[in-house]
Write a protein that binds this ligand. Structure first.
Ligand SMILES: [Zn+2]
Ligand SMILES: [Zn+2]
Length: 218
């Protein structure tokens, strides 16, 4: 199914899928920023995607997946997450997203099925993001920005948009901020837009931009 779709189109599909899943819309400007391409490039690619029946543009020029686009996006997302699980056996946690990005476009239906079975039908990726159709598995987790000083929580999820920033993932890995890690909230300062955590007896301060992308189990 994906062999007819280019890797570029699959990247667009993935980003549009994530924003729709989260109840947001994504603009062409934001796509250009996330994909590090120019606005005219985005406009042209979106036109091709409309032509191929993968998306529809709304009145504010934001793309929305058609049922066909949605199905393709889910396949790409699932294969990306399975590739991450495959790679985490050999690579560090902060590196698998980037590497899986190359693999996801070449995984066949047969390999996908084999991986799902081999990995025991995972509901999330190694960063805690839900495989398409498993959103309920993560719905109880809340972003760090909603916590208060004194809360003891377990890190569960680093959102896909944070996954795509290698420096941020390397920082979080170095500070032991990974799914499964127990942390204590030391301070939440809305006027300063910071959250300070005690992680393994070390204090780590995060800005709200990052803290919003980190979800915990209370
Ligand atoms: Zn990823
Ligand atoms: Zn992931």
């Amino acid at each position: 199914m994906t062999s007819k779709t280019s890797a570029t189109i699959e990247d667009y599909l993935g980003l549009i899928y994530i924003s729709e899943r989260d109840g947001d819309t994504i603009t062409g400007t934001r796509l250009a920023e996330l994909l590090a391409v120019t606005a005219p490039t985005v406009t042209n690619t979106l036109k091709r995607m409309v032509r191929d029946g993968l998306i529809l543009m709304d009145a504010t020029h934001c793309p929305h997946l058609t049922p066909k686009g949605d199905q393709l996006a889910r396949t790409v997302m699932r294969r990306h997450m399975l590739a991450e699980w495959m790679l985490i056996r050999m690579l560090s946690w902060s590196k698998v997203h980037h590497e899986a990005h190359g693999f996801e476009h070449t995984i066949s239906e047969e390999v996908e099925r084999a991986l799902l079975q081999d990995l025991n039908q995972p509901e999330t990726c190694p960063h805690g993001n839900p495989l398409p159709g498993h959103e309920a598995a993560v719905s109880a987790w809340v972003p760090l920005t909603l916590l208060k000083a004194g809360d003891n929580v377990t890190i569960r999820r680093i959102h896909e948009l944070a996954e795509s920033i290698p420096e941020l993932l390397a920082f979080l890995e170095e500070k032991n901020i990974e799914p499964g890690q127990k942390v204590k909230v030391v301070e939440v300062l809305p006027f300063n837009q910071t959250v300070t955590l005690n992680v393994c007896e070390n204090l780590v301060t995060l800005g709200f931009t990052t803290a919003r992308q980190i979800f915990v189990e209370v």
